[in-house]
Design a protein around this ligand. Sequence first.
Ligand SMILES: NC(=O)c1ccc[n+]([C@@H]2O[C@H](COP(=O)([O-])OP(=O)(O)OC[C@H]3O[C@@H](n4cnc5c(N)ncnc54)[C@H](OP(=O)(O)O)[C@@H]3O)[C@@H](O)[C@H]2O)c1
Length: 290
Amino acid sequence: MAKVAFLGLGVMGYPMAGHLAARGHEVTVYNRTAAKAEVWVAQHGGRAAATPAQAAAGAEFVMACVGNDDDLRAVCTGAEGAFAGMAEGAVFVDHTTVSAAVTREMHEAAATAGIGFVDAPVSGGQAGAENGQLVVMCGGAQASYDRAEPVIASYAKACRRLGDSGAGQLTKMVNQICIAGLVQGLAEALHFAEKAGLDGRAVVEVIGGGAAGSWQMMNRYESMIEDRFDFGFAVDWMRKDLGICLATANETGASLPVTALVDQFYKDVQKLGGGRWDTSSLIARLRAMG
Ligand SMILES: NC(=O)c1ccc[n+]([C@@H]2O[C@H](COP(=O)([O-])OP(=O)(O)OC[C@H]3O[C@@H](n4cnc5c(N)ncnc54)[C@H](OP(=O)(O)O)[C@@H]3O)[C@@H](O)[C@H]2O)c1
């Protein structure tokens, strides 16, 4: 069992850190809003630290799941960031969805301090984090990955290294590009069924096992029909991810017309007050349009 620090106890981080404790790892948590860390400790044991550096002191592995590029910089290299507290030879594992550019920047800074850095964004959503069934896409040095993989396994059903630093984040971009068009298609389909007077649940029961079936369909159709979005993967985060995808496509020359359009649809959802709604709220935009 390892000494592990976990930084960021949000929708994803809170249950992920819980799985580490359940596996018997010695876990120290840090959360910007300290009250959440106290609640976590009351539920799972372990310790709470006041700063990322304090949480990271003496840890063999430091896992993070925060918000965006700037948040990652803050918890890694900020004044009280984790790198300052980590010992040489320790490994930082970043589960945040961020750009490949900031990943390589942090990888360099870590290497200078003798620390390993693995980019390890996740897919599987809130339910995947709670059930310990995430898919984890990794980049970084093989040796760092090999050490971290058994710890990541505490909350993963699949974990794979896809290349050097940044390869995990690039793979996550592919994942988000797939999801953007798919969720808009699902929203249009359920909206169409509603307008046509069909029973949406019965429709999904029939077509869900066929060629149109998807994780999004089976895990989101009920809440979409019920117009319920106060859970899951926030629209604000999806726009952050799509922004990263579109910027990267500009650099590589890839063409992402549908992704760009769906990004604008999510902007409409934000205007409806849905920044924290689950990404399946694209159907709320269609309903708002009548
Ligand atoms: N939710 C999903 O389904 C899902 C799925 C896959 C990937 N992701 C990605 O995973 C990451 C986290 O998502 P989430 O849904 O767990 O978000 P969340 O619920 O908003 O949690 C974000 C966490 O990061 C902390 N944080 C943010 N900025 C920080 C900073 N500058 N310094 C220190 N801590 C900071 C927050 O602390 P406070 O408590 O103080 O706000 C909170 O603990 C995002 O990059 C997201 O894109 C999410």
